[in-house]
Design a protein around this ligand. Structure first.
Ligand code: SF4
Ligand code: FE
Length: 483
């Protein structure tokens, strides 16, 4: 098959037997649930755009395993050009969906697991890389969406996994059998879990010997026996149940996160890619996080493009687009957004080949990229709110606009420039609300802070990779200091 059509993707999800709880109820049909469906549409866009000849170069790649055309989300980066195209693809999808399109976590996971298992096998003589490549072949052949899952609930942050009062606060092996392992625990805020065919689990921190049972990586079908999901709430999510299309801000697209629970799940050995090799868990975490920090230099920029466009339109509709301070605010938004993009491209262009042949980004620059992402989208959102004006949060509802009597009043008093329909003005303000305070703010704001690791995680990496000693030597040489 190699490339699924969007329809085939949707149909394949319907065949899964996912156990999903949402607002206290077991969801019978996640694909058509009004709260979940927009997030499915975002992943579906990764299949749609791959079919479009104008995006073929960004959205697809040639498999190094089979020579066949595959979706770039299933591809291992073979050179720095692949790394750059990945970021460009993410910007494109951010522009098309104005939401988190979720599929990147799997792409980042396969690239990290590939190089780590290769190096682990070289050092320890373990059999993981071959197993992983077999899984990857299937993933490429079936064009699966795979949910890369790293973040454990973590319980008491002052305690290591094995010292927690409850052993399940980190995913761990509870039994090793002849034919496989049994795992328990959970992964928290898992992006796109309900829209994925398979999940690819990785440890969340570097482990020590005493935490060896927690150094575990494996793949499992998303609907495997013992796995269930509790869907995360988003601000304003129940607006999707109202049936209109203005108040939701972005009717068609969204993202989601869920708690993914493993209740004694059996994993056959062929799908186990790490089991106890604690000294390699740090490498896997560092590489996955690095790739996902690169990712944000693409996806957040694409969503930022939409937000900047919406702010500019709000200024137009208010008749304020000639004001020099508004022009300057838009310039600042573009400047911040393109700075993020520059970081995403830079860490890609400076990537290097790992022992398995898969390319890794420059880790220092990827961490700098993500550190900037923890700040700039907030400033871009602040400026968008400034330009939009207070109406974005005080406006009446779509139902008021459509009302036979008061609709005319809403039309009259919420009009800006006479030539622009009030409805258009309301639509653009609701889009800004959605991106800065509503469902999409999960992906654009808070995820910019905490997704792919909270700011301090990047600062630790920057301090490790920053090479201060070399900089001191440079200064000494210039200053004429001998030793
Ligand atoms: Fe992809 Fe961005 Fe969503 Fe991560 S946050 S899955 S990089 S769209
Ligand atoms: Fe993310």
């Amino acid at each position: 098959m190699a490339l699924k059509t969007p329809q085939q993707y949707e149909e394949s999800l319907r065949k899964l037997n996912l156990k999903v709880y949402l607002q206290g109820e077991l969801v019978k049909n996640p694909v058509d649930h009004p709260i979940i469906r927009p997030s499915m549409n975002s992943v579906k866009a990764t299949y749609e755009l791959a079919q479009d000849p104008q995006y073929e170069d960004l959205m697809t790649a040639t498999s190094h395993l089979t020579g066949k055309k595959v979706n770039r989300f299933c591809h291992l980066h073979q050179n720095t050009e692949d790394l750059v195209k990945k970021v460009k693809m993410q910007r494109l999808l951010g522009q098309k969906t104005a939401a988190c399109f979720q599929r990147c976590v799997g792409m980042d996971a396969i690239n990290a697991v590939d190089s780590t298992t290769f190096e682990m096998d070289q050092k320890l003589g373990t059999p993981y890389h071959e197993r992983f490549v077999k899984f990857l072949r299937q993933m490429q052949e079936e064009d699966w969406t795979v949910d890369g899952a790293m973040t454990d609930p973590k319980g008491d942050r002052g305690l290591s996994p094995s010292k927690q009062a409850d052993p399940d606060l980190f995913v761990h092996v509870v039994e090793k059998r002849k034919d496989g392992i049994v795992v328990c625990g959970a992964k928290a805020h898992q992006t796109g879990a309900i829209n994925s065919h398979w999940i690819l689990i990785m440890p969340t921190i570097s482990m020590t010997k005493e935490d060896a049972d927690y150094a575990v990586s494996f793949a499992a079908p998303a609907d495997a026996e013992g796995i269930f999901y509790i869907y995360g709430r988003q601000s304003c999510d129940t607006r999707k149940l109202e049936g209109g299309d203005i108040d939701v801000g972005n009717k068609n697209y969204g993202g989601h996160e869920a708690l993914m629970v493993f209740d004694n799940v059996f994993i056959p050995w062929e799908n186990v890619f790490m089991c106890g090799e604690y000294e390699f868990s740090g490498m896997l975490v560092e590489r996955f996080a690095g790739y996902h920090r690169q990712s944000y230099g693409g996806c957040k920029v694409g969503v930022g493009d939409v937000l900047i466009g919406a702010a500019a339109l709000a200024a137009d509709y208010n008749g304020a687009n000639k004001a020099s301070h508004l022009k300057d605010k838009l310039i600042e938004m573009v400047h911040l957004n393109e700075t993020l993009y520059a970081c995403g491209i830079a860490c890609s262009a400076e990537g290097h080949k790992t022992a398995s042949g898969t390319y890794l980004i420059d880790l220092l620059l990827a961490n700098v990229c993500k550190q900037n992402v923890t700040r700039f989208p907030y400033e871009i959102a602040r400026l968008a709110e400034d330009i939009a004006g207070g109406l974005m949060v005080t406006m009446p509802s779509e139902k008021d606009l459509r009302h036979p009597t008061i609709g005319k009043v809403v039309e009259k008093y919420f009009k800006g420039v006479a030539s622009v329909p009030t409805e258009d003005r309301m639509r653009i303000l609701r889009l800004i609300e959605n991106l800065t305070l509503g469902t999409a703010a999960v992906g654009y704001r808070t995820e910019s802070m905490h997704g792919a690791g909270s700011p301090q995680a990047q600062r630790i990496m920057i301090s490790r990779q920053g090479n201060l000693e070399q900089k001191k030597q440079l200064a000494k040489a210039i200053a004429g200091i001998k030793k």
